[in-house]
Design a binder for this molecule. Structure first.
Ligand SMILES: *[C@@H]1O[C@H](CO)[C@@H](O)[C@H](O)[C@H]1NC(C)=O
Ligand SMILES: *[C@@H]1O[C@H](CO)[C@@H](O)[C@H](O)[C@H]1NC(C)=O
Ligand SMILES: *[C@@H]1O[C@H](CO)[C@@H](O)[C@H](O)[C@H]1NC(C)=O
Ligand SMILES: *[C@@H]1O[C@H](CO)[C@@H](O)[C@H](O)[C@H]1NC(C)=O
Ligand SMILES: *[C@@H]1O[C@H](CO)[C@@H](O)[C@H](O)[C@H]1NC(C)=O
Ligand SMILES: *[C@@H]1O[C@H](CO)[C@@H](O)[C@H](O)[C@H]1NC(C)=O
Ligand SMILES: *[C@@H]1O[C@H](CO)[C@@H](O)[C@H](O)[C@H]1NC(C)=O
Length: 774
């Protein structure tokens, strides 16, 4: 049960589950809660002076020197000032009125949200593809990312995984100031030239959720060691070293590697195996990472619904990281296909949706009457090539159990399933549990059919017996076949790895969708990347299914989620940082977004799992295209001061803005729409008559470039761009243009999609447009 919580991160039920656990435990400590006091940017202040200031505030609020000292969990003293402390509501209110406080909020609990994928992205094909100027061998150009330090906030890392070997890596960059923290089964010898930093954060978690038990009593390692697998998976996806002959029981076999195979990894363990991660710990990790010298953060954590900026620790930490030139890449969340579910919405974050790659694991089920059901499976076990009796689990209930059709624990009658293939209907859980019941009751194999709620998307897990997974339509056929045939039988063809499947990519239906629920005038998510059935490193302390009764251990595991998509983008960001060390986080983000592709490997528009044409609420600017991203031609750059527009619209007054940014900037009397932020995509909401927004492009390509714009206007909207051509005499030159939106006929208020693209004959610089009218 404990592990199931974390493992179910791909499933919709996870947030609910978390809520129950957390609410139950919180009630035990009703008087004091973990609050985060956020005090904005700090420039060159000594740590001791900042801590003294925090202490002073706490003494006033708690009226006791001793209580003030005891209540502090963390001082945040790098780049931004603030602290986390145990406070009563009254004490919190007192602090909220003190000078220098931007906001104070309760620390919340967050949830966590490969070989083939990099081939699919074309990085490895760089040399062999046609030599258009923007197809380089990205890895060679970027030196495999060896000068870049990738910071991850996750469940820790399994240092013995071959993905983290440091063979052939040069010494650690001298600017690195991080450490390798010693703890439970983790010492400094576990760090090397690949895993250069590892820390862990538990104070917020222990106050909010409860003490962390030692690993040997089903807890977690009190150290950076990964008891779950998630953190090892994301780390190796972003920056794992080359590992030949990696696979999961022979599936998805090949050379495993991260996006930036020689980049350095710094793990900040903030998530613990039974519940998740707290804001207080997350902010402490980000503060340390900024000080340590990471170049980017890859953060596969989500929150649904997304809190407003002033109460959003991750967005606050990400803002100050961005100000320091550190890119922050986050998962969009796994709450799709419901609209407006995307998380990590701040404009300085690069927000990643998930989509498939061109790889399937087919394992058809063949019914006795010859009908072939297109199943897929990650089962390591093979069933003999002959027919076996087939029974529907609902017909095999023990004692009229009502949960038998879903093969819940102790629901099946061994007398009825002995020696048979059992058809189970999937609920909102991991299929491994269903397989366990079939196995325990003496069944020989399992066909797991999606319920109507699961639809067509097949969730594959590493089953405990021969198994295949079928969609809801096929499950209905199988049930009918069983009903009409007294001697129903079936066979299951063992799974294999099939490459080059089409269409791909397809946006995953679990991937969280736009519009942006906080600021619909900023389009989110930003980009999509591989996040379905991704092979990457795993923890030696957890089974591939993540369930406690499963005692198997694997070096690599196959997972899905926006958690897996996020480090794919982080790997590409690492390569871009290597090639363009002077580019701002916004410039790198722009390069990735404006070069994204919107067509699949059939050269057709990318689709959703339902087969509809995907739109910007599914995938933002499109699917990441690493080779094109190194040479985008033009970028939409954004300086930290430009985010003042966003903060003004978010309701901050001038004094708060000075605190947050550390800059002497004011909102002015008439604040323009956030649509004017120099973002690489455009969102316009509640358009009534005419609205005009401005964008500025900076040339990062060759001198003397002439770009001409083409527009795909959303249906029923007139879009006019002035001027229609831009000439850049030199590199570094910036040119502005306006985009005027006019509704041409009344609309019913639904969102309309379009795009515009600047083209110089070589570089296509594309931006999606989303408009809603009144
Ligand atoms: C670190 O732990 C390993 C075993 O995991 C042990 O072999 C090694 O001696 C330890 N190193 C130090 C410096 O304690
Ligand atoms: C590759 O891995 C498979 C399964 O783990 C193993 O059977 C095979 O011998 C390995 N091949 C090589 C060349 O190491
Ligand atoms: C199961 O249900 C049937 C009819 O609904 C009833 O006749 C039978 O007694 C029940 N058996 C048990 C063991 O509860
Ligand atoms: C097998 O049975 C199912 C369920 O009745 C039916 O939908 C399907 O068409 C049958 N296949 C053949 C080849 O008759
Ligand atoms: C700014 O807002 C904060 C709270 O949001 C308030 O305490 C402060 O007095 C305001 N300052 C000004 C100058 O209005
Ligand atoms: C901030 O700007 C205002 C107006 O632009 C100016 O009067 C003031 O002196 C500035 N303060 C600092 C500390 O630079
Ligand atoms: C609104 O109009 C669009 C296209 O004009 C249409 O696709 C959509 O179904 C309409 N929505 C409603 C709620 O009527």
């Amino acid at each position: 049960m404990v592990m199931a919580t974390i493992q179910s991160l791909c499933l919709l039920s996870f947030l609910l589950l978390l809520h129950h656990v957390f609410a139950g435990r919180l009630a035990t400590n009703p008087t004091k809660k973990v609050y985060i006091v956020y005090m904005g940017q700090i420039n060159n202040l000594e740590r001791t002076r900042i801590e003294a200031k925090h202490h002073e505030m706490l003494v006033i609020a708690t009226r006791s020197e001793m209580v003030a000292k005891e209540s502090v969990l963390y001082h945040y003293t790098h780049s931004f000032s603030g602290f986390a402390a145990m406070l009563s509501d009254l004490e919190a209110t007192t602090i909220s009125t003190m000078i220098g406080v931007v906001s104070i909020f309760e620390s919340k609990v967050r949830t966590l949200q490969t070989t083939r994928s990099w081939d699919f992205l074309g990085i490895e094909k760089g040399k062999s593809t046609n030599s258009r100027s923007h197809f380089h061998d990205l890895w060679i150009k970027a030196n495999f990312g060896q000068d870049v330090i990738v910071g991850l906030l996750d469940t820790g890392i399994w240092p013995e995984s071959p993905s983290f070997h440091d063979g052939s890596l040069p010494p650690i960059p001298t600017r690195w100031k991080g450490t390798c923290e010693v703890g439970d089964q983790f010492n400094t010898s576990h760090c090397n030239r690949k895993l250069i930093g590892a820390r862990y954060y538990k104070r917020g978690y222990e106050q909010q959720v409860g003490p962390i038990n030692a690993k040997d009593s089903s807890g977690d390692y009190l150290s950076p060691r990964d008891a779950v697998g998630h953190g090892s998976h994301t780390s190796s996806t972003a920056a794992g070293n080359f590992v030949t002959n990696a696979s999961l029981y022979g599936l998805a076999s090949g050379v495993a590697k991260g996006g930036a195979p020689h980049a350095r990894i710094a793990m900040y363990k903030v998530c613990w195996s039974d519940v998740g991660c707290t804001d207080a710990d997350i902010l402490a990790a980000m503060s340390d990472g900024i000080k340590d010298g990471v170049d980017l953060f890859s953060i596969s954590l989500g929150f649904n619904p997304e809190p407003h900026f002033e109460e959003n620790a991750l967005a606050i930490g990400a803002f100050h990281a961005t100000v320091q030139g550190i890119s922050v890449i986050c998962a969009a969340g796994n709450s799709g296909p419901t609209p407006a579910t995307a998380s990590n919405l701040a404009p300085w974050i690069l927000t990643v949706a998930a989509s498939t790659i061109d790889r399937d694991f087919p394992s058809p089920a063949i019914l006795g009457n010859g009908t072939i059901l297109k199943g897929q499976s990650l089962s390591p076990y093979k069933l003999a090539d002959k027919y076996f009796p087939l029974i529907f689990a609902g017909d095999a209930a023990i004692d009229n159990s009502t949960t038998a059709s879903a093969c819940k624990a102790n629901s099946l009658d061994p007398k009825k399933v002995q020696g048979k293939i059992v058809l189970c209907m999937r609920g909102n859980d991991f299929g491994t549990e269903d397989g366990e019941e079939v196995l325990n009751a003496g069944g020989i194999a399992c066909i797991l059919g999606n319920s109507p709620a699961n639809g067509k998307h097949l969730f594959l897990d590493v089953s405990l017996l021969p198994e295949t997974n079928i969609n809801v339509d096929d499950a209905v056929i199988a049930q009918e076949y069983i009903r009409l045939n007294r001697n129903a039988k079936a066979k299951i063809v063992p799974t294999r790895t099939l490459l080059g499947t089409k269409p791909a990519p397809v946006v995953a239906d679990f991937s969280s969708k736009g519009p942006n629920s906080l600021n619909p005038d900023i389009l989110k998510p930003d980009i999509t990347a591989p996040g379905v059935r991704i092979l990457a490193a795993w923890s030696g302390a957890n089974s591939p299914s993540g369930l406690p009764f499963d005692h198997r251990r694997v070096a690599f595991n196959i997972l899905q989620g926006t958690s897996m998509a996020c480090p794919h983008v982080a790997g590409v960001v690492a390569l871009l940082k290597s090639i363009h060390p002077s580019w701002s986080p916004a410039a790198i983000k722009s390069a990735i977004m404006t070069t994204a592709t919107i067509v699949n490997n059939l050269n057709q528009p990318i689709t959703t799992a339902l087969g509809d044409e995907a739109n910007s609420f599914d995938f933002g600017s499109g699917h990441i295209n690493p080779n094109a991203a190194i040479d985008p031609g033009l970028i939409y750059d954004t300086q930290p001061k430009d985010y003042v527009l966003f903060l003004c619209k978010a309701g901050y007054n001038n004094s708060a803005i000075k605190l947050i940014t550390g800059l002497n900037l004011t909102c002015g009397t008439k604040v323009p729409s956030i649509s004017n932020l120099n973002y690489p995509s455009v969102a316009i909401t509640n358009l009534r008559k005419v609205r005009t927004v401005t964008r500025t492009l900076t040339n990062v390509g060759s001198k003397g470039s002439m770009y001409v714009v083409t527009i795909q206007a959303p249906h029923g909207i007139s879009v006019e761009i002035v001027p229609t051509s831009l000439y850049f005499a030199a590199q570094g030159v910036s040119k502005s243009f306006t985009i005027k939106f006019t509704p041409s006929h009344p609309s019913n208020g639904s969102y309309l999609f379009g795009s515009y693209e600047w083209f110089d004959g070589v570089h296509a610089v594309r931006s999606p447009i989303v408009v809603s009218t009144i």
